[in-house]
Design a protein around this ligand. Sequence first.
Ligand SMILES: Cc1cc2nc3c(=O)[nH]c(=O)nc-3n(C[C@H](O)[C@H](O)[C@H](O)COP(=O)(O)OP(=O)(O)OC[C@H]3O[C@@H](n4cnc5c(N)ncnc54)[C@H](O)[C@@H]3O)c2cc1C
Length: 310
Amino acid sequence: MIDIQKNIPLAPLTTFKIGGPAKFFAEVKNETELLEALDFAKENKLEIFMLGGGSNILFSDKGFDGLVIRLLNTKYQILNTKIECDAGLQLSEVVKLAKENSLTGLEWAVGIPGTVGGAVRGNAGAFGGEMANNVESVRALEISGNRTNIVEYKKADCNFSYRNSFFKETPGMIVLSAKLKVTKGDKEAIEKRMQEIIKIRTEHQPKGFSSGSVFKNPIVENQELLERFAKDTGAKAKDDVIPAGWLIEEAGFKGKKIGGVMVSEKHANFFINDGTATAEDVIILAGIIKQKLREHYDVPIKEEIMYVGF
Ligand SMILES: Cc1cc2nc3c(=O)[nH]c(=O)nc-3n(C[C@H](O)[C@H](O)[C@H](O)COP(=O)(O)OP(=O)(O)OC[C@H]3O[C@@H](n4cnc5c(N)ncnc54)[C@H](O)[C@@H]3O)c2cc1C
């Protein structure tokens, strides 16, 4: 029997440390427990929310008026150059396993918080890599009406694109596990690349309570802006995509504060919670930035983080 708890604060379960309580909350360690939690939600007509590492979400100050299910399945198996891992496993754990077993191809993911499930759903990516490059197949539970069904999706069916996937686009999909492909490599070279990435992350990303990049990097049509970006950074925008952080900095928002949340001085696409921020502070700050970028540069930007319970 799983323990369904009531009125559980969600802020500590996120990297942003913001948000109210979950009306109901359950931690599940395997598929049987997950089905039990889903039955509880069905019987009590509750909306569900799947929580991974809480590193890409903003819970509302009211919290979530349903059942939050935290998936804690963490089994894995390494078969030659394939890593089969449960969705509840931390991505950092998988990155470590790959390195320890001299398997290359996941170095890009070092330093990304959260779980395998969250990374698959959002097609997490960095330093030229993304989950789409590693995923061979994904097992997922599909909730449709009163029925649940477990399906194995081949990579082609996962519809990965920039920070997006079939699992994100389709309501009622719960990622259970993923089979990732890597190749045999040299442990020292893998370690070296990871150290390089960690160094860059430390130099360019702020410490503190955040949810990583708040906005997705937009495609920019404004030629003048593209030229300014190229001149300023010495790099041509690939496929006309400009980092949202550069645009936010260009618009003068570095250090801008609303209540307890501030645009980081180190990386303008990171908002930092000083420990007192509310979800409302974040929404207001994000809104001001979106409006200015749209009005002044004709660039609509969209959130990468998920707003939950609003
Ligand atoms: C300091 C910092 C740096 C970051 N750097 C990067 C980066 O370089 N690249 C990058 O892409 N992201 C980055 N992120 C964002 C975040 O770490 C990733 O998006 C991560 O993959 C989210 O995983 P999670 O388990 O924390 O998901 P959560 O935040 O818990 O959830 C995100 C969404 O996924 C859903 N979800 C979670 N688990 C499942 C599941 N098993 N099945 C179905 N849906 C599920 C949730 O319902 C929610 O909608 C960073 C975040 C921080 C705080």
